[in-house]
Design a protein around this ligand. Structure first.
Ligand code: GDP
Ligand code: IMO
Ligand code: MG
Length: 422
């Protein structure tokens, strides 16, 4: 069984929690795109694990984590994450594998990300400043360095120095301090040995796993609304988020995927700039942000809040082939009097679809809302779907009908066990 867990919104839908849940019986759990701009939270036995690079299902005893070729790796972050898990008694030997095709996020990528953002001034995009855009740009322009080079240290030293000198010239044009090439190389050399210990041919690993009918969970790193092609570019991230990216990012034929789980947060959040059609810049938004603890897992930034945007989610489900829904954080909506659901867009009074909109249209359009009665009962004490307040059931039933996809998981709290039984 091969499945894929994808965020259907702007990220932070609760993918980490759902991946952990679906990995209980998985042999492999796989990251295939993005970098440590991802921040996926898993809470087990009261302990919070904020995963950035290591697959979120790794805490399950029998799941082996794989960081496949499409992921870009900041060596310092990877080492930190490995050490955190080790400190917790989680032995990663034969439990974590990394492709040597993975490109590296190097110190100059982070410096460039920051320099571009600062130079954009009031037009800044609000990136995570983790070097994502510059690292992917180097990948497609043949200037990237991979783990493959890290393994071959002499080659790495040469190529790194060549790239760093060019990047330092660019940084100089931004009036930014150049990176220290010697010091950076020393640091990278220290990380190198640990990383090499996890490197394997992940294409062959998957080929064997598929032949042996192993179960594999692919963990989407972000939300579809941040996909490099399918978002209102440039308010995007550097990678493709959609199902096809599994093929490029892992070598696994995407047509083998049976289940595509769309994670839908019961409302919307977004970090960084860019349009958010259903944004709530009022007390309800503040209430949800506070109750839902909507602050970035990676950067700590307050997340922007909005009503659930089904026009956008419908597109996300279509483009990724979602066939099962996992709903998260409806527990946060308890106490909201009336709940709006966006069921379409109007631009200058005329209907317009998500795909016909760029950032300009998305920031000007008016959402069409259907208003639902809220519920006051807290959901986090419930154990069964049947116990849900009628108003909440109606909200869910509408989502299922509008999207034409069944809700198969309802999460009612951050912890691993907070899931309603059907
Ligand atoms: P991800 O990036 O999609 O993995 O999501 P994040 O981990 O960045 O953000 C989701 C946050 O919501 C985390 O703090 C989770 O622990 C938490 N969470 C996940 N599902 C639920 C839920 O159903 N209810 C509540 N209250 N919190 C949840
Ligand atoms: P998870 O995995 C929310 C956003 C950034 C910014 C844009 C570009 O936790 O869902 P980047 O650093 O990728 O170049 O920034 O993308 N972004 C995310 N927002 N959750 C994420 O990941 C994100 N990853 C990137 O905030 O707007
Ligand atoms: Mg997150």
């Amino acid at each position: 069984m091969i499945s894929f867990v994808v965020g259907t919104q702007w990220g932070d839908e609760g993918k980490g929690k759902i991946v952990d849940l679906l990995s209980q019986k998985a042999d492999f759990v796989v990251r295939f795109h993005g970098g440590n701009n991802a921040g996926h939270t898993v809470i087990v036995n009261g302990k919070k694990y904020p995963f950035h690079l290591i697959p979120s299902g790794i805490l399950n005893k029998n799941s082996v984590g794989v960081i496949a070729n499409g992921v870009i790796i900041d060596p310092a972050v990877l080492i930190e994450e490995i050490n955190l898990l080790k400190k917790d008694g989680i032995n990663l030997k034969n439990k974590l594998y990394i492709s040597d095709h993975c490109h590296l996020i190097l110190p100059y990528h982070k410096a460039l990300d920051e320099a571009y953002e600062n130079a954009r001034g009031k037009n800044k995009l609000g990136t995570t400043k983790r070097g994502i855009g510059p690292a992917y740009a180097d990948k497609v322009s043949y200037n990237g360095l991979r783990i493959y080079e890290l393994v071959r240290w002499k080659t790495f030293e040469e190529k790194f120095a060549f790239q760093a000198k060019i990047k330092n010239k660019i940084l100089k044009t931004f009036d930014v301090k150049p990176i220290n090439i010697k010091k950076s190389l020393e640091e990278l050399r220290n990380y190198r040995k640990t990383i090499i210990g996890y490197v394997t041919d992940t294409f062959n690993l998957f080929a064997t796993a598929i032949k042996d009918k192993k179960s594999i969970v692919f963990e989407g790193a972000h939300g579809v609304m941040l996909d490099n092609d399918w978002s209102p570019y440039p308010f995007s991230t550097g990678s493709n988020v959609i199902t096809g990216a599994i093929n490029t990012g892992s070598g696994v034929n995407a047509s083998l995927i049976e289940d595509v789980w769309g994670v839908v947060k019961a409302y919307t959040s977004r970090v960084g700039g860019g349009p958010l059609p259903t944004e709530l810049k009022n007390g309800i938004g503040d209430y949800i942000r506070k109750k839902g603890n909507e602050f970035g897992t990676t950067t700590g930034r307050p997340r922007r809040i909005g009503w659930l945007d089904l026009e956008a989610v419908k597109f996300a489900c279509k483009v990724t082939g979602v066939n099962k829904l996992a709903i998260t954080k409806a527990d946060i909506l308890s106490g909201v009097d009336k709940i709006n659901l966006c069921i379409g867009y109007l631009l200058k009074g005329k209907p317009i679809s998500y795909t016909s909109c760029g950032y300009d249209e998305l920031s000007k359009l008016k959402p069409i809302y259907k208003t639902f009665k809220g519920w006051s009962e807290e959901l986090n004490t419930l154990s069964n779907f049947k116990q849900l307040p009628t108003a909440c059931k109606e909200y869910f039933a509408f989502i299922e009908k509008f999207l034409g996809i069944p809700i198969k998981i309802i999460s009612n709290g951050p912890a691993r066990e907070a899931v309603l039984k059907s």
